[in-house]
Design a protein around this ligand. Structure first.
Ligand code: PMP
Length: 428
């Protein structure tokens, strides 16, 4: 023990060095990367993007947040990121893994005990996957989404995206050579996906359908009957499904409904989940994909060349998160729920119609009736300029988001109260 314990000697060797502080500073002032990007866009650059990259417009959110960055009184309701810090047990497991010198790659698919823990954890959603052959640990759910598109979308394939949609799916489909097909969901339906909407959009002819429930940006969840109907449609039209369930643990009314648990759906669905939202671990970059062996084999093939393995330190944190952080997750979920109720009732008091969000941490109120020309973008810009409240215009989430704004309640209740007071002043 004692002298032979690598934790002791490692800690001593680092002495007065403060890796936490240094790391934080260097990440936030990444001027080198910014100037490099500018240089590459300069005239005469050799680097004109490939067509499939050039065809994707820049994010509609970014320009908007540049305005916010130039003021210091802004309350941001714009971020899709928990305001909590990852539970200590997860952080300390990461630290301990480093102290013990766990700095190598893991298996391509992720650490076997983490895969086992994941497979065991998702049984609570009625899902059953073999940790050896049906689970792949990825660098964030983002990598899993990208892998799914790259592994299963052929050039020209149609990928149906219920809109308003999470901002990364459309570009991800295009990078893979596919064609996004918007499927409009409606405020009046609580933003649930209906088979009518699927038929109207021509999804019966599509190759892949992406489902994201609980939803970003609307907060919508699907009830059991709604999910049954969508599953029947997918079976009937032989669709492959990518189900991004990253907000599954942040469900407030009733149980999380996974399409993969419906009859005949497991064999045609890749389920994606991760640690960013439920465990407030966005910066640790850890997610996972689950599906039939053939699906996970194909995704692992791309992953093993593109990524080798997900970050080892984060995998240790994730294992501890599953094993030891249930109480913290439940506390965060309750706090989001409290904020959700507050935000929804205040928005309605202010006369802004909003469908009850059943999960995630977003509300998607309609501002069309109070915005000049019904324009949500103008509304969001004026709200930001006049009152310093940043919300994202619904148009950033594709067709169907017009006339709405996305409000994130991954912001403390005091700030939410102040933001609602400012919104009230703005509306009057
Ligand atoms: N899917 C959805 C719907 C999301 O909202 C996000 C994060 N904003 C992601 C995936 C990406 O999550 P991760 O941090 O695990 O890459």
């Amino acid at each position: 023990m004692n002298g032979g314990d690598p934790r002791d000697s490692d800690a001593r060797d680092r002495g007065g060095d403060d890796p936490t502080g240094a790391g934080r500073g260097s990440v936030e002032t990444d001027g080198g990367a910014a100037s490099g990007a500018e240089a590459s866009e300069g005239e005469g650059s050799r680097f004109s993007p490939a067509d499939r990259v050039a065809s994707v417009p820049p994010s509609g959110i970014r320009e908007f947040f540049e305005i916010a960055e130039n003021r210091d009184d802004v309350i941001s309701l714009g971020v899709g990121e928990p305001d909590f810090t990852a539970p200590w047990a997860a952080r300390s497991a990461a630290i301990e893994s480093l102290e013990r010198g766990r700095t190598s790659y893991t298996a391509n698919r992720g650490m076997p005990d983490l895969r086992r823990a994941i497979a065991e954890r998702v049984t609570r959603y009625g899902q059953s996957y073999d940790p050896d052959s049906e689970v792949l640990v990825t660098t964030g759910a983002s990598e899993a989404v990208d892998l799914a598109f790259r592994a299963f979308v052929n050039p020209g394939d149609t990928v149906a995206l219920p809109t308003p949609t999470y901002v990364s799916y459309g570009p991800g489909v295009r990078f893979a050579g596919g064609e996004p097909l918007p499927v409009h969901t409606r405020h009046e339906d609580g933003w649930a996906l209906t088979t009518e909407a699927l038929s109207e959009a021509g999804v019966d002819e599509a190759d892949v359908l992406v489902l994201c429930y609980p939803n970003n940006p609307t907060g919508a969840t699907m009830d059991a009957d709604e999910m049954d109907a969508v599953a029947a449609f997918c079976r009937e039209h032989d669709l492959l499904v990518v189900a991004d369930e990253i907000y599954a643990a942040l469900t407030y009314d009733g149980d999380h409904q996974s399409v993969a648990t419906r009859p005949g759906m497991r064999e045609r669905t890749v389920v994606i989940n991760g640690f960013s939202k439920a465990y407030a671990m966005t910066g640790l970059r850890l997610g996972y994909a689950m599906g039939p062996e053939a699906a996970i084999d194909a995704m692992t093939k791309v992953h093993q060349y593109a990524m080798l393995s997900a970050p080892t330190t984060a995998q240790h944190a994730a294992l501890a998160a599953i094993d030891r952080c249930d109480d913290e997750v439940e506390e965060m979920r309750r706090e989001y729920d409290r904020r959700r109720r507050y935000v929804v009732s205040r928005l309605r008091e202010l006369g802004l119609p909003v469908a009850e969000p059943g999960g995630a941490f977003y509300a998607f109120p309609r501002v069309a009736d109070v915005a000049s020309d019904g324009d949500a973008r103008a509304f969001a810009t004026e709200l930001l300029e006049a009152e310093g409240v940043a919300a994202v215009p619904g148009t950033a989430f594709g067709a169907g988001g017009e006339g709405h704004i996305r409000i994130s309640y991954a912001t403390g209740l005091d700030d939410l109260k102040e933001a609602m007071a400012r919104l009230e002043r703005f509306l009057s």
